[in-house]
Ligand binder design. Structure first.
Ligand code: ZN
Ligand code: ZN
Ligand code: ZN
Ligand code: ZN
Ligand code: ZN
Ligand code: ZN
Ligand code: ZN
Length: 539
């Protein structure tokens, strides 16, 4: 990997050292050059795929550049013209490796034949070229040679017939693989010839043809998908490695699952998420969910509204309680009183209930928890602005410490954790229920795994609430020692929750999903740094 030179204003010595290593004749007047060099390296570094799943955003302006690389590789290897390379790649769904594999295994002839590519040059009908008039075998009109077009397969028809054929095909949505008109000929027509003929008759349609052709790179390529944003941002995302089940963030800010195009939903699998979304839509209204705006204090029974994302709320009477279950959590709003409180696990009712009622109760239990963290996520998203303001205040202050990156990092971490937590509840609902995993586990096994999973989930939940609590503190007004203490707590909680998330994902992957017989579940892997942000392609 390329050495990356980092320019930091408060670390000149280190910079000079690096600089001198790179260039021996360095003296003071090279500073400008050095900075230019840095810019170049920085750009280069951004171009190189970094560790982990990386992805690129493809915009309208970069769509052509995005496919150039693949086209060029095929053109270079097989000494092909661009339109032939494109036909090949469209046929092999833009998998350059597949093209190479077919080439090695089956030879050039088969490779081309399957994709409908014929190279010109084997013209047996050269003699007809000298004739001034030919009979079109489609319309049986005699037309001058210059008003006919011959394709790579040597089939020649009049321009009128070709144009009609192309227009029909494009309107049928077959722009990407317009085949020859001759019977039993499946050769793909030269895109340049199609463009010229169609432009003469219908320029707007020719433009549409070009767009379809260009967008094949997105539509027929499993490495590239349109961003699912509504209204559509116009971008597509390309995955740079072979991990197709991952979560990505488009330049427009929308985060989504690359596999199923829903919003990011790990650690829930794509299948479970699909079912969960459907269930929420159908059953959402029938569930009596009273906790939408207010809950009743366990002590004085007054309605208490929640403000902020923290799930430990405090009533006017002073009673703190858990927003999730409504249970009192002790008189003091302290570290230990939250620690002592666990409510994440659902206890099956002892009395025999009808299955339907039991199902609804189970669903309500998990749905409430799912929604609580979603609501918190929404509330905490607004917290970001407030925190930025706090950081400005801190930076303006007379403090020794100058680095307040931990505030933003802590906030981003919290948002990520809220999403993960909310999506972990559908996992509980499905994996330990009967709807999707019937007969997959013995009751004993289920009990053990449920305890394992829900224990992790609870630990995560407790620590997420703590993180939320510390971030809500007015630390900008704290004296320095207390501020550093808060900083330490937030950093420690970030590390702790990172490890818990790893464990939680591992548990789902290895203990819950791996032994399954009935269905394969795919889920994006955990990334400490959160959803992968797509970087820009050079124009
Ligand atoms: Zn004709
Ligand atoms: Zn033909
Ligand atoms: Zn987008
Ligand atoms: Zn998915
Ligand atoms: Zn009260
Ligand atoms: Zn709180
Ligand atoms: Zn609770």
């Amino acid at each position: 990997m390329e050495d990356y030179i980092y320019v930091s204003s408060d670390d000149d010595e280190w910079d000079n050292q690096q600089y001198n290593n790179d260039d021996d004749d360095g003296d003071d007047d090279d500073d400008g050059e050095f900075l230019d060099g840095f810019t170049e390296i920085e750009q280069e570094r951004n171009g190189i795929s970094e560790k982990g799943p990386s992805c690129k955003v493809i915009r309208k302006e970069t769509l052509l550049a995005a496919q150039k690389e693949d086209l060029q590789r095929v053109m270079d290897l097989l000494s092909l013209k661009e339109h032939h390379a494109r036909s090949l790649l469209i046929h092999y769904r833009w998998e350059v490796d597949k093209v190479f594999a077919v080439l090695v295994e089956r030879g050039t002839e088969k490779l081309y034949a399957e994709a409908g590519v014929t190279l010109e040059g084997t013209d047996e009908h050269t003699s007809t070229l000298s004739t001034s008039e030919v009979t079109c075998q489609i319309c049986f009109e005699d037309v001058p040679v210059e008003k006919t077009t011959v394709m790579d397969c040597n089939h020649k028809f009049c321009n009128e017939c070709w144009t009609t054929h192309f227009i029909v095909k494009i309107n049928e949505g077959q722009s990407k693989q317009v085949t020859c008109m001759a019977q039993k000929c499946n050769v793909i027509c030269d895109e340049g010839k199609i463009r010229d003929l169609v432009t003469a008759k219908d320029p707007a349609l020719a433009e549409k043809f070009d767009r379809f052709l260009l967008e094949s790179y997105i539509d027929d390529n499993k490495r590239v998908k349109w961003c699912p944003s509504v209204p559509h941002c116009g971008n597509a995302i390309r995955i740079e490695d072979d991990e197709y089940c991952c979560e990505v963030e488009c330049a427009c800010g929308v985060q989504f699952c690359f596999n199923c195009l829903s919003e990011a939903h790990s650690p829930c699998s794509c299948l479970m998420w699909k079912l969960w979304m459907k269930k929420c839509k159908n059953d959402g209204k029938t569930v009596t969910w009273i906790s939408e705006n207010a809950k009743h204090c366990p002590k004085c029974h007054n309605a208490v509204e929640k403000n902020g994302g923290c799930n430990l709320v405090r009533c006017r009477c002073g009673q703190p309680f858990c927003w999730l279950c409504g249970g009192a959590t002790g008189l003091e709003h302290t570290w230990s009183s939250i620690r002592g409180h666990t409510c994440g696990s659902y206890k099956e009712g002892e009395e025999e209930k009808t299955t339907v009622r039991n199902d609804l109760l189970r669903y309500t239990h998990y749905y409430e928890r799912y929604m609580v963290h979603r609501d918190s996520l929404e509330a905490e998203a607004n917290m970001k602005q407030k925190l930025n303001f706090e950081v400005l205040k801190l930076e303006a202050g007379e403090l020794q410490s100058k680095d307040f990156g931990w505030v933003e990092n802590g906030c981003n971490r919290l948002l990520q954790l809220r999403r993960i937590l909310s999506c972990s509840y559908p996992v509980s609902f499905y994996v330990f229920g009967q709807a999707l995993f019937k007969g997959e586990m013995t009751p004993k096994e289920r009990e053990i795994k449920k305890n394992l999973f829900e224990n992790l989930q609870q630990q995560l939940e407790i620590n997420v609430e703590r993180l939320s609590m510390f971030l809500e503190e007015p630390f900008a007004d704290y004296p320095e020692d207390k501020l550093l203490e808060t900083r330490m707590k937030i950093i420690t909680l970030s590390v702790l929750t990172d490890n818990l998330c790893k464990e939680l994902y591992d548990c789902i992957d290895n203990d819950l999903l791996l032994p399954l017989q009935q269905a394969t579940h795919t889920m994006a892997h955990y990334r400490s740094e959160g959803v992968a942000k797509a970087s820009e392609l050079p124009n």
